[in-house]
Design a protein. Structure first.
Length: 112
């Protein structure tokens, strides 16, 4: 799954919105930096997926980290903010899933 982050730039009054995806080069953006952030994201996904393996589905971890990546990309230092934002997003997703499980159990008890 490719993460699409949109960057708006103004050149001679013309606006364009390229996407940051693997294999796509954006003029004026350091490709090594983009690769480093992508590798950091992959390692964060792996670490959080292992940490929340028993409580949260891997797909939800990936989605939460994608959201954190998009938010971190709006800052000037995405590599600095990505790990903390990802951890917060995944923790929130875990709490949400725990609440959903409790609601389902309560619904089953009431229905019985």
């Amino acid at each position: 799954m490719k993460t699409r982050l949109f960057v708006t730039s103004w050149t001679n009054g013309a606006q364009f919105a390229p996407t940051f995806t693997s294999g796509f080069r954006v003029p004026g953006v350091n490709q090594d930096r983009m690769d480093a952030v992508r590798q950091l994201k992959e390692s964060v996904v792996g670490a959080l997926a292992r940490e929340y393996a028993g409580t949260l589905q891997a797909e939800l971890v990936q989605r939460a980290v994608n959201e954190a990546d998009a938010l971190a990309a709006t800052t000037g230092f995405p590599a600095l903010f990505l790990p903390a934002l990802a951890e917060e997003k995944v923790a929130n997703a875990s709490r949400w899933q725990t609440k959903q499980r409790a609601l389902r159990q309560d619904t089953r008890v009431l229905a019985a």
